[in-house]
Design a protein around this ligand. Structure first.
Ligand SMILES: [Zn+2]
Length: 402
């Protein structure tokens, strides 16, 4: 900016409050440095926030002092008079000055700044940084997220992933719907009931529901029922959900074999859980011998291990027909092995076979990106979710959303 520019012009550009102009500045240097910018009216027309009519009847005016962004290291406040209106439309209340929300002690710009701080630090840290109490900071952040929420009006999901997030030490759940193609969170709901997911589809609207082609999810009947009721999407149970079932069964076999083993053999079992559950191709070379030695000594564990590896390999099969054929062979192998824990896995696979076939058809998984899981972990660690679940949900949308 050129030197000739007048100070007043610089101020009116930097401190632009529509409908108002700067009429005075005062500085206090007592405890903390404070600047108060006094605003006067630049327009005399005041409009009703309800019907936008120019209002001439005022019931009074009230002085407001609100926090604004720091002024060169000084705490900055705005002081202005706000009118209380009585409009022909029936509205009775304060005018809307635009740069401050009703009943707020800060300008919208200041709230946005506090909101940005809360993206990078905990509420407590942000509160101590700006010198406000944490409840105020939390409410500012909540309000700034809420006011920026766009809902589902601008999204057109084609493939969705439905998942749950445990909170309060796994006693309570949130339902999280993600756009699988773009990786962002579309929606978060309280609980994991059919009604929870119904609420998402209702908000999305019937037309967009019909455009959803694929829904990837866990074998969780309430979600399945909801997807069937509202969409024509193919339900997919992805490989990670199936792999989880077979790993749980293998782990249970491992525990059972350990309990029934002799003392010497039990020693071999110690600290091998991770090694047994690990995908064989990922076993480190220096641990292979240890693993093989254990498997050689226990026939049941060996068979169970081989069956696990077979199933995981089938889940990587790219060709639909081959995958389905191999899955049928695997089921026959399980029957032959006589391992009861795996009979349960086969039963589950048979009950949900359509969704596993759909997985082979679409090849889509609900594996949230590592970035997503890290973000959720971070939000949880900052303890947003434990006292104020609404805030936790808003933070998920803000940080993992579009
Ligand atoms: Zn009005």
């Amino acid at each position: 900016m050129s030197k000739r520019c007048k100070y007043s012009m610089v101020f009116s550009t930097v401190y632009n409050f529509p409908g108002f102009k700067i009429v005075g500045l005062s500085v206090m240097t007592m405890l903390v440095g404070m600047v108060v910018i006094q605003l006067g009216r630049s327009k005399h027309k005041v409009r009703c926030p309800c019907c936008n009519r120019v209002v001439k009847r005022f019931e009074g005016s009230y002085g407001r002092l609100v926090r604004h962004l720091d002024f060169s290291g000084f705490e900055c406040y705005l002081y202005f008079e706000e009118y209380k209106l009585h409009c022909k439309c029936g509205y009775r209340g304060y005018e809307d000055v635009g740069f401050v929300r009703d009943y707020s002690n800060c300008t919208r710009a200041y709230e946005a700044y506090v909101g940005r701080l809360c993206d990078h630090m905990s509420v407590k840290e942000a509160a101590s940084f700006v010198g406000l109490d944490w409840k105020t900071v939390k409410n500012i952040d909540k309000e700034s997220i809420r006011s920026a929420l766009k809902g589902l009006s601008e999204v057109h999901p084609v493939r969705i992933g439905v998942d749950e997030i445990a909170y309060q030490k796994g006693h309570k759940y949130l339902t999280v719907v993600r756009d699988v193609d773009h990786g962002y969170v579309l929606w978060v709901g309280l609980d994991r009931k059919k009604e929870t997911l119904n609420a998402f589809f209702q908000e999305l609207g019937p037309e967009k529901c019909q455009l959803i082609k694929v829904a990837v999810m866990d074998m969780w009947d309430p979600f399945i029922a909801s997807v069937k009721e509202y969409t024509r999407a193919d339900i997919v149970f992805d490989k990670f959900h199936v792999a989880k079932k077979v790993n749980e069964a293998l782990d249970s076999i491992r525990r059972h074999e350990f309990r029934n083993a002799g003392k010497d053999e039990q020693k071999e079992f110690k600290k091998k859980r991770f090694l047994i559950l690990l995908r064989n191709e990922n076993v480190p070379p220096d641990r292979r011998e240890t693993l093989n030695s254990l498997l050689e000594k226990n026939q049941t564990l060996y068979s169970a291990y081989v069956l696990k590896e077979q199933l995981l390999s089938i889940l990587d099969e790219k060709c639909y027909d081959v995958a389905i054929r191999r899955l049928e062979t695997w089921k026959a192998n399980v029957q032959e092995s006589g391992i009861q824990e795996y009979d349960k896995v086969v039963k589950t696979i048979n009950n949900y076979l359509y969704g596993i076939h759909n997985y082979f058809k679409h090849g889509v998984t609900n594996a949230a990106s590592e970035g997503f899981n890290n973000k959720i972990g971070l939000i949880k660690r900052r303890a947003y979710g434990f006292r104020d679940i609404e805030y936790f949900m808003l933070k998920i949308i803000k940080i993992c959303g579009l």
